[in-house]
Design a protein around this ligand. Structure first.
Ligand code: KG4
Ligand code: ZN
Length: 350
């Protein structure tokens, strides 16, 4: 049995978890900074790192307490996200993890945040079947605030990048459109809430790169965002008000549908092209109800098993970091960080 303390501070959530054998969560504590950043309309990096400094110690103590761990020394290793993300935010988690590893003598395991999102799919959740160990090749779509990436996974911790966004990440597009519609931050949940009462067929918004063979597995969301900018401008020039509920609802629903269509159709193409035995969708945007429904329907019709983590594991958390560290340790026995471990704002998944 391997029990890890995992720490995640790459963006605006301070998170810690205790995870056993990569699949069993003994605790999963997330302190969100959403309210702090909402007045700025987005994550303010300097404010984020200062808040991590304040929150990290109590969050770790809570995670140990919830898992009934008396002292860090009872565990087997300390896992921490060291990229990609906001450098100042990452530093808080990495320095804390180094301190704990040094004081306890436990190994320090650096984790790529994207690999964390991928392994959120492997965490056991009560009441739903766990992902089997051998469902490869798997096609993985990561959709978050900073990333939209499509990978082929040929085994544990073995990835082939199929494509990704050429401009904005999907979550970034949700956040920008929400700002345009004056819905506040974070944009994804706000768009989803407003779109619920809207007509997704009222405005036909662009689905970029869906018929472009050279970009079969790439995405582009900046054109979709610009189309919404133009639509809002047109409607306002025609005398309509964007803060009139019905118009914003129809725009939000049409935008959400366009984003979900592109994400699911490209993932479906990849699943067919590579004979995927399993499709996994993860990252903050995978919490989106319209995307989940469309994916469930599409992959059920195709007869390809689909896995999307429960909502709490879609957005940033530390349990997924513990899961990723466990599988990396299994596949790369020498894998280890040391006190010289650095943080990386950009860190490709290898
Ligand atoms: O994975 P995540 O928590 O952080 C990053 O690694 O970026 O993803 C955050 C992103 C934000 O852009 C947020 O607006 C989006 O996920 N998001 C959603 C929903 N919940 C969060 N987007 C659409 N629908 C949601 N329900
Ligand atoms: Zn994330």
């Amino acid at each position: 049995m391997t029990a890890l303390l995992a720490i995640e501070t790459s963006c605006d959530e301070t998170a810690a978890a205790v995870v056993v054998d990569g699949r069993r969560m003994l605790s999963n504590v997330v302190a969100t900074q959403v309210e702090l950043h909402s007045r700025f309309g987005g994550v303010y990096p300097e404010v984020a790192s200062r808040q991590h400094v304040l929150a990290i110690q109590p969050v770790i103590e809570q995670a140990l307490h919830d898992a009934a761990v008396g002292h860090v020394r009872e565990l087997d290793a300390i896992a921490v996200t060291n990229g990609p993300g906001l450098a100042g935010s990452l530093l808080v988690g990495v320095n804390t993890a180094k301190g704990l590893a040094f004081a306890s003598g436990l190994p320090l395991l650096p984790v790529n945040h994207l690999e964390g999102h991928i392994y959120s799919n492997w965490i056991d959740v009560p009441g739903r079947p766990a992902l089997a160990e051998d469902e490869f090749p798997a096609v993985i779509l990561i959709v978050s605030g900073g990333h939209t990436e499509l990978f082929l996974m040929t085994g544990h911790c073995q990835y082939q990048r199929l494509g990704g966004t050429l401009d904005d990440a999907a979550g970034e597009a949700f956040d920008k459109v929400a700002r345009l519609l004056k819905l506040g931050f974070p944009g994804g949940p706000a768009i989803q809430r407003v779109a619920n009462g809207g007509d997704p067929t009222r405005f036909r918004l662009p689905r970029a790169l869906t018929h472009d063979d050279a970009h079969r597995f790439n995405f582009s969301f900046s054109g979709l965002k610009t189309a919404v900018v133009n639509l809002v401008r047109q409607r306002e020039e025609a005398g309509e008000r964007i803060d009139d509920g019905a118009l914003a609802a129809d725009i939000a629903a049409s935008f959400q549908q366009a984003a979900a269509d592109v994400l699911v159709s490209k993932t479906a193409h990849a699943a067919t092209a590579f004979g995927a035995r399993r499709v996994c969708i993860c990252g903050g945007v995978s919490a989106n109800q319209a995307l989940r429904q469309l994916a469930e329907q599409t992959f059920a019709e195709m007869g390809r098993p689909l896995h999307i983590p429960p909502l709490a594991l879609c957005t940033d958390n530390a349990a997924m970091i513990g899961a990723a560290a466990f599988y990396r340790q299994q596949t790369h026995p020498d894998y280890r960080g040391d006190l010289a471990l650095d943080v990386f704002a950009n860190l490709p998944l290898a």
